[in-house]
Ligand binder design. Structure first.
Ligand SMILES: Nc1ncnc2c1ncn2[C@@H]1O[C@H](COP(=O)(O)OP(=O)(O)OP(=O)(O)O)[C@@H](O)[C@H]1O
Length: 299
């Protein structure tokens, strides 16, 4: 399991509540500020992402939706400082908790990842070692990130498994990845991602491979973590229903462009771009309609 380094040494209390400043208030500096972000494929001398902007304050959620290849993941990877080889930020800026990412050394990036900005992706099993129990892997992350001793790290790992609502956390901690369901594995990965109490969590298609019920449980868990800890979330999904459930603001991307952006309700109820309307019509059969009440839809 990847082990980003740490910010806090909070001891044994898993995910203690943090009093979040009121969203949008002067006391709430953006956890993540993306301004006209441009990303290019240097090998092909081609700009792939053509100017993405959003501001994310603590306790808020931004959703990015769009078809495959529209640049959602590259945008997230730029914010995490993990662009693929021969891709680079070629315009605009990313500020993480007030720090301009442009000047960061590899070492500073390593320090920020996990402690300030963290992520979960699709396919959690691929991030875990199949031959080590999940509790031990989580404990290793905790040991590295929080600087806890081995025994305290193991106890904290179990606390974290409880905090992501895994029942029988002590039993789960002793299990190997193949013994857990996809939803449970994603909870383990979320536990690792939030272990050092980051300000921002990016969930990139984190529920895509899960069945609908488990997907709803994981989204509910993310919302709960956001409420309890003031975490700011970026949720990437091709599924508008996921975004509708969790996000305050949505960006609709197509071919590297943001074609529409605004409060989720406005975008869903009064889409201005034909592509957004297409996404909505395609997803009505997948449960989006419950967010489109007749009253709202009539506006
Ligand atoms: N490692 C890479 N090597 C080459 N091209 C890449 C790489 N990663 C992304 N791209 C290209 O950049 C463009 C944007 O990709 P990105 O992964 O950001 O899209 P996406 O919207 O997240 O799509 P998906 O929903 O399929 O993950 C695509 O055309 C893709 O082919």
């Amino acid at each position: 399991m990847t082990a980003p380094s740490h910010r806090s040494t909070t001891g044994n209390t898993a995910l203690a509540p943090v009093p979040a400043p009121a969203p949008g208030s002067a006391a709430a500096p953006p956890a993540l500020l993306v301004r006209d972000l441009r990303i290019s494929d240097l090998a092909q001398d081609r700009e792939i992402v053509h100017g993405v902007s959003f501001t994310l304050t603590p306790g808020r959620t931004v959703g990015i939706v769009g078809e495959s290849g529209s640049g959602k993941t590259l945008t997230c990877r730029a914010a995490l400082g993990i662009l693929p080889d021969h891709f680079a930020v070629t315009g605009g800026s990313v500020e993480i908790d007030g720090t301009d990412a442009a000047g960061l050394t590899t070492r500073r990036w390593t320090a920020l990842r996990g402690s300030t900005i963290s992520a979960v992706f699709q396919d959690p099993a691929s991030y875990l070692n199949p031959s080590i129990p999940v509790g031990a892997q989580l404990a290793e992350v905790v040991r590295v990130k929080l600087g806890l001793r081995r025994r305290a790290a193991r106890a904290q790992a179990v606390e974290l498994l409880r905090a992501v609502r895994l029942r029988d956390a002590e039993v789960v901690a002793r299990q190997y990845p193949h013994e857990l369901s996809g939803g449970m594995l994603q909870r383990v990965l979320i536990a690792a991602a939030v272990a050092a109490e980051p300000r921002v969590l990016i969930a990139d298609e984190a529920t895509t491979a899960l069945d609908v019920t488990v997907q709803a449980e994981i989204l509910d868990l993310l919302a709960d973590l956001r409420e309890r800890t003031g975490l700011a979330l970026v949720v990437v999904s091709h599924d508008l229903a996921v975004v509708a459930q969790l996000c305050d603001e949505v960006l609709v991307m197509r071919q590297g462009e943001v074609v529409e952006q605004g409060p989720t309700r406005t975008v869903l109820h009064a889409p201005r771009h034909a592509y957004t309307r297409l996404l909505i019509s395609e997803h009505e059969s997948y449960g989006l309609e419950k967010f489109l009440t007749p009253k709202e839809a009539a506006r």
